[in-house]
Design a protein around this ligand. Structure first.
Ligand SMILES: Cc1cc2nc3c(=O)[nH]c(=O)nc-3n(C[C@H](O)[C@H](O)[C@H](O)COP(=O)(O)O)c2cc1C
Length: 258
């Protein structure tokens, strides 16, 4: 039996009760070929929400719940592998692997900066280097003003201060309205690549409705506004102190609970 993925219960900030990321389960009945019961199940359940699992017999509903309840234990080394794979894949979309030669997914620091990353959140900064020279930093943090809660972003900033790329890695925005921030749904988020604090000028760093340069979505201005503002604040942070990140000692690898 092999189970991978992550589950978290976050109640202290009241934003998320359960977050399941990429749950996968293989059962191996005695001496038989393994059977994949779950593949890549991800979802969040917020406080006060009723979350249902709908599917035919054999879809994996009970297995999902048993994994969340801890009845089926996740294997620590498999979780670590899975986590590494996901992080590498996501980071590689922003800074292509041929641009750096360090183990970027292990070369990270964590910090807080209320002015640029509000609500006391912890920001993770992955550092890309080539021949020990700084290439880019990828900041993982939340845009806190989404319509349905936080929007998790990866914001890649080249050493020069230009955006290497931006991706949304999780959100709960409404399908068909706010979810166009997701690269799987539209190209909107790709339009930030190459931008910087001076491109556009500060007044342009807003959605069109607010006089800026970035498209909003029909009937859904709140979501793109939150993302644009969060990216601008990340660039402002980088301008002030982002280059210092390259000099900080790397954080210890996170402990993964069995
Ligand atoms: C059920 C429902 C879901 C909505 N989901 C979103 C959303 O995910 N993102 C968003 O920006 N606006 C969403 N809206 C619309 C906002 O309430 C708000 O009207 C809109 O963001 C303002 O944009 P506009 O100025 O372009 O109309 C939703 C509205 C309703 C009724």
């Amino acid at each position: 039996m092999g189970a991978t993925g992550q589950k978290q219960s976050l109640v202290s900030d009241g934003r998320c009760i359960v977050e399941a990321i990429d749950l996968t389960m293989d059962f191996r009945p005695k001496k038989e070929k393994s059977v994949r019961a779950l593949k890549g199940i991800s979802f969040t359940a917020g406080p006060g929400e009723v979350t249902g699992l709908v599917g035919p017999d054999g879809a994996g509903k009970t297995t999902t719940l048993r994994m969340l309840a801890g009845v089926l234990r996740l294997t620590a080394d498999r979780i670590a592998d899975q986590e590494r794979r996901m992080v590498l894949e996501q980071l590689g979309q922003i800074v292509p692997p041929d641009r750096y030669d360090n183990a970027m997914h292990e070369d990270y620091v964590a910090f807080r900066d209320e002015q640029h990353f509000p609500q006391g959140q912890e920001v993770t900064a992955y550092r890309a280097r080539k021949g020990s020279q700084p290439v880019a930093v990828i900041l993982r943090f939340d845009a806190v003003d989404g319509y349905n809660g936080p929007i998790r972003l990866l914001v890649g900033i080249q050493e020069s201060g230009r955006l290497a790329g931006v991706r949304v890695t999780s959100h709960r925005e409404t399908p068909g309205l706010g979810d166009a921030i997701d690269a799987a749904r539209s190209d909107w988020i790709l339009g930030f690549t190459g931008r910087s604090l001076t491109n556009p000028e500060p007044a342009g760093w807003a959605v069109e409705r607010d006089g800026g340069e970035f498209d909003q979505f029909t009937g859904a201005t709140i979501t793109p506004r939150a993302v644009v503002e969060a990216i601008q604040r990340a660039l402002e942070f980088y301008e002030l102190s982002g280059r210092d990140l390259f000099d900080k000692p790397a954080a210890a690898p996170p402990e993964v609970a069995p």
